[in-house]
Ligand binder design. Sequence first.
Ligand SMILES: NC(=O)c1ccc[n+]([C@@H]2O[C@H](COP(=O)([O-])OP(=O)(O)OC[C@H]3O[C@@H](n4cnc5c(N)ncnc54)[C@H](O)[C@@H]3O)[C@@H](O)[C@H]2O)c1
Length: 325
Amino acid sequence: MALILTKENVMTVLTMKDCIKVVEQAFLESNKGTAVLPLRTAITPPDGLSLYMPAYLKKMGALACKVVTVYKDNPNKQNLPVTIGKVLLQNPESGEVICIMDGGYLTAVRTGAASGVATKYLARDDKAQVAGIFGAGVQAQMQLVAMCEVRDISKAIVYDISDEAVNNFIEKLSKKLDIEIIRAANADEVLQANIICTATSSPTPIFDGTIVKTGIHINGIGSHTPNARELDTAIIKRSKFIGDSKEACLKEAGDFIIPLNDGDIDESHFYADLGEIIAGDKPGREYNNEITIFKSNGLAIQDAATAKLVYDKAIKAGIGINIDL
Ligand SMILES: NC(=O)c1ccc[n+]([C@@H]2O[C@H](COP(=O)([O-])OP(=O)(O)OC[C@H]3O[C@@H](n4cnc5c(N)ncnc54)[C@H](O)[C@@H]3O)[C@@H](O)[C@H]2O)c1
């Protein structure tokens, strides 16, 4: 029997707090060698892109594969969203598929959770901090939710080139998080914040890294191809650079690859994987005035850990439909 979970089912059981815990464990498993994480496989049918993201977390007992498609013409041609994701969860002892669940909300929460874990280890721990969010789309919302989970955030400043996206963001999150959220008139205004998340679809840098104040922590989650970047060379050079995975950063993160190829940094500028910081192999933030960056490409271990969490909670709550496939 396989349990089928819709987006609404996933939303009912999945909380950011729980997700941060399991995503932290997933990064630790990766560090300790109990995770299997092949790089994602891409297939390009004529009209789009199909990505396959498998992972296995031995201690957690999570074996899963997410299938994500990106078809830019979907809204016009098929009346479907650009990005569609589903997760298939297996029983690692029998191989049986035990659950198929929607992956859209799950992806946003697990991406927020990775930034939450990084922020916990890398950002300053002052009272009443200001969060700065670039982008006001689906991912950006969960970035702010995660920041509020791990730090004392009293205010957020959000900037997006779309007014509609910002209005929607403020309307949705002001009540939910019970904090002041204001719209930035320009990108520079966001740089007043102590913790910044970049979650845009921009392929080019979204702020001037030379004017960023010291002491700040940045989660860069948007770009994930070798030729696209949200962060410029200046901010990369000024920062202690942590990635979700060195291998993924060197293959997918233009934010790191472009300055590397230009000769502005060398590979040793990559300070650590997030798992190394969690495991205590290397210290996270060491000084109040250092600038730290966490670059997230999005790893299948985050999906596997989150899918297992959702499945366990859904079984406990008696949610979803069982189908004999
Ligand atoms: N790291 C990860 O694990 C991960 C996971 C999912 C998505 N992503 C990536 O995150 C990005 C955002 O995804 P989404 O689902 O929120 O998309 P979205 O389309 O919902 O939102 C993107 C927002 O960025 C805004 N934007 C574009 N250029 C900008 C600029 N220069 N300054 C400010 N705002 C700008 C757009 O107006 C839009 O509102 C995408 O690049 C996506 O591929 C990363």
